[in-house]
Design a protein around this ligand. Structure first.
Ligand code: SF4
Length: 367
């Protein structure tokens, strides 16, 4: 029996894949076989449902001390594009979004590592957002930002998380994982949180009852083996904590970064990564195809490659677009529902904890 047959049998029986089997699946060229396996696992976990939510992104500042070569968003304070939001501006955005979007269920807030803003600035904003929108879930701050807060406040990671939680933080988005291998991080983001720090923040958050997502940024200097090890590291954490809600793989967009010599990976590779993640991460309930990074057509295709979530309406996003993403900065519910229904699945509007809020009427009829 060859390694693909072994992997297929294990997936069929619901058994866990090891590193070698995952690598064999990645190296396998029959992408439709991967799709078939990943789709089977997706349907075991979430049946005919494909999730999305109504959310709003807010990026407080792009001024950053880190200067990561991989980044097109962060900049120095003296650059013309530099900005920092005041609390009043943030609250105005939140209030306006609530007026215009009554179904808003989540605010997603991530930013750069500002050199001077004290930890109290972030705590104040969290508390103010929570006061302005108490019923809206506040998902904010990557582990990289949490490490930055711990450094500038002289508090430990747990104390930072406790204070943010007390102020109103509900969960963490789990970004900044990139590839959890310090030899890669030294090249793409040498000044930001290490692998161990990223894991420390995630496990501390989980132990405080703050769920997170898990992410991966692929398609730069990493090897396929490092991508698979990254997935296995996440799976090991999930075995211990059970508090990852979803996994999101982001293809690297090289425009305006320190890696403009690189090409964005192909859609073939995007779909392989989605399937592989669905098959390796057997203890994750949800695999997200983040349409903004993938483009809508690839995200829609990803729904037949094991993804069960398209993320949200977003409304306005700056970080990915700084790196040359040409997708829209937001999308309507109607558009998302239509994209899902074309695939034959049901579009389910969810809250951040994947509780269904509204289920679409059904499959599009072509007959
Ligand atoms: S990736 Fe994050 S930490 Fe690095 S420069 Fe960009 S905003 Fe700053």
């Amino acid at each position: 029996m060859n390694s693909i047959e072994i992997a297929s049998r294990k997936i069929d029986k619901g058994e866990r894949l090891n590193f070698t089997e995952a690598l064999a699946l990645y190296q396998h060229n029959d992408i439709l076989k991967l799709a078939e396996l990943a789709r089977m696992v997706k349907e075991r976990k979430s049946g005919q449902y494909v999730y999305y939510n109504v959310n709003r992104h807010i990026n407080l500042t792009n001024i950053c001390v880190s200067g990561c070569p991989l980044c097109a968003f962060g900049c120095k304070a003296e650059e013309q594009r530099a900005y920092v939001m005041q609390k009043s501006e943030v609250i105005e955005i939140v209030s306006q979004t609530m007026r215009e979007t009554p179904d808003l269920s989540e605010i997603h807030m991530v930013s750069a590592l500002h050199p001077d803003k004290p930890f109290s600035y972030y705590l104040d904003i969290v508390a103010a957002v929570k006061r302005a929108a108490p019923q809206v879930h506040l998902k904010a701050f990557t582990p990289v930002e949490i490490v930055h807060f711990a450094n500038i406040s002289q508090l430990g990671i747990t104390a930072v998380l406790e204070q943010l939680k007390a102020a109103g933080l509900d969960s963490l988005p789990g970004g900044g994982a990139e590839i959890l291998d310090d030899s890669v991080r030294k090249i793409i983001c040498p000044n930001k949180a290490t692998t161990a720090e990223w894991i420390d923040v995630i496990t501390a958050a989980h132990s405080l009852g703050l769920p997170t997502n898990a992410t991966m940024l692929y398609g730069h200097v990493e090897t396929i083996e490092q991508r698979i090890q990254h997935l296995i590291t996440l799976r090991d954490i999930q075995d211990r904590t059970g508090k990852f809600q979803a996994f999101i793989a982001f293809p690297f967009h090289p425009a305006n970064t320190g890696f403009t010599n690189l090409q964005r990976v192909s859609s073939w590779e995007d779909l392989k990564m989605i399937s592989l993640a669905r098959l390796v991460l057997d203890n994750f309930d949800h695999i997200k195809a983040f349409w903004m990074m993938l483009t809508l057509p690839i995200a829609q295709l990803a729904l037949t490659f094991g993804a069960d979530d398209l993320d949200g309406t977003v409304v306005e996003e700056k970080i990915i677009h700084a790196a040359g993403a040409t997708t829209k900065k937001g999308i309507t519910k109607k558009e998302i529902i239509s994209f899902v229904e074309e695939t034959g699945y049901l579009a389910v509007e969810r809250d951040t904890f994947y509780r269904p809020l509204k289920i679409s009427s059904g499959v599009k009829s072509y007959g």
